[in-house]
Structures are given as C-alpha cells and as structure tokens.
Design a protein around this ligand. Structure first.
Ligand code: C5P
Length: 235
C-alpha cells in the first residue's frame, strides 16, 4: 500500500490518500487542542495511544456487529482505513453528567442517568460545533432520516459494548463522542477515533479522571492517565 498525498489535516490527525481510491491512511499526531482550538499543547505519545486504542476498540466493536472504517494498523501512529465522507455530526452519548451537559443544565458532575442520552453537534469549527437536533440536521441536509436512525442505533450499540468492556477494567465510561462516515457504496460506518481524547474515563473507585479532561482542566498527569488506560486495556 503506497502512502500518497496528504488530503486533510485536522487538530489531532492527518489523512493521506493511497494508491487504492477506496482506502486512506490516518496518521495520529501528539498535538492536543481544547475549547475549539483556543487551548493548544502537546501530549507526548498521545498519537500512539490514540491510534492503538482506537484500533483495539474498532476491532472489539466489529466483533459485536458494528461496522467501522478500520482496515489494518500499519504502525504505532498509522492506520489503513476505508475512505469515507464524514457525516458532519458529532454524536455524543452520555451515561453520567459531566462537561458541557453539567454546565449547560446547571447540575453537578457524576450523576448517573437512568438511561443514556444522545445529542448531536453540527461539526463546524467556525460556528463552534453548535448543538443541533434531528430536524435541524435534516433541514441543513447533513444526513437523511434513515441515516440519522442508523447512526443513533449504532451509537447506542457502541455504548453498550464499551460500557461493559470498561466496567471490567474498573473504568466508568462517563461519555464519549463518535463520528460516522459514508463509504463509496453509501454504507454508514463508525469512523474517526475512540480514545482518551474523545471519551471521559473515570476510575471506578476514586473517580480519578483518566482522559483529556486532565489537559483541558490543567490537572497534570496527562501522559500518565493515557498510559494507565493503555495498561488497563493491556496494550
Ligand atoms: O464537552 P462535552 O461534555 O460536550 O463532551 C462530551 C464528550 O465528547 C467528552 O467525552 C469529550 O471528550 C467528547 N468530545 C470530543 N470532541 C468534541 C467535543 C466533545 O471528543 N469536539
């Protein structure tokens, strides 16, 4: 597989074309941003953690019938994926209150919900990824109703699989963000990444944060938290 020209650079990843029009190579960086790029920094080794953890999670999800963009891990930071057009929705599932939910609704963090919640943000940096509902997504032509229904069902399935998996590692899956893509033949697959950048992980006993909130909130021990998650997964 030949790595060709760079076709995209995001805050945490670069994407390269390959000599196969249906495949791309994702290259994970150590660059860290928060608050829509207002806070910038580096988390040493983050690219390796996020690449390897994402690939592990994608393979676990595939075993449970969730279709993903994952094809093959090429190196510590590079992965071969199916070429998709990203649906411009950030899909957030929450099991406990935290982050923007706690702030928006004026509740403390750590309240366990009777059932998980789902929300969509319109993926648009210039607008600061505003919260939108299904009707807005349809009105803006971001996805069809059928695609939205598929995305919701897949997101809840991902939550069930991941919540159970992390529970066995003494980790509470507080919330996470997913992105979906459409393949050349129109199939919706899970894309982007699943990592401490995109999930909130709390230790079940101490509620110690083992994710990017350590960077966002200047709590220190960022690299150690990412390494602890890798250790618990056995990577
Ligand atoms: O900030 P907020 O509480 O809305 O984040 C919910 C979840 O989505 C967190 O796990 C966070 O890491 C993730 N997220 C993300 N990328 C964003 C916004 C949120 O990965 N742009």
């Amino acid at each position: 597989m030949k790595k060709c020209e760079q076709i995209y650079e995001g805050k945490a990843k670069k994407v390269f074309a390959t000599d196969d029009p249906n495949l791309c190579i994702v290259d994970y960086k150590d660059d860290a941003t928060a608050f829509n790029g207002q806070k910038k920094g580096t988390i040493v080794g983050k690219g390796v953690v996020n690449n390897r953890m994402s690939n592990f999670m994608f393979q676990l999800l595939e075993k449970h019938g969730v279709k993903t963009h994952f094809v093959e891990e090429l190196s510590d930071r590079e992965t071969l994926v199916k070429k998709v057009s990203i649906v411009p929705l950030e899909v957030i599932i929450r099991n406990l209150s935290a982050g923007s939910f706690a702030k928006r609704y004026g509740v403390e963090e750590g309240i366990e919900f009777a059932q998980p919640t789902i929300e969509f943000s319109y993926k648009n940096d210039d607008l600061g990824d505003p919260l939108i509902n299904d009707y807005h997504a349809l009105a803006l032509g971001l996805a069809t109703q059928e695609e939205i229904d598929t995305i919701k069902a897949m997101a809840f399935k991902v939550n069930e699989v991941m919540k159970e998996y992390f529970k066995k590692l003494d980790v509470i899956l507080v919330d996470f963000k997913l992105e979906f893509g459409k393949t050349a033949d129109g199939e919706i697959v899970l894309a982007d990444e699943i990592s401490p950048d995109t999930c909130r992980f709390w230790d079940v006993h101490t509620h110690e944060k083992l994710d990017k909130d350590r960077f966002r909130r200047d709590l220190g021990g960022v690299e150690e938290a990412y390494a602890e998650m890798m250790k618990r997964i056995g990577l």
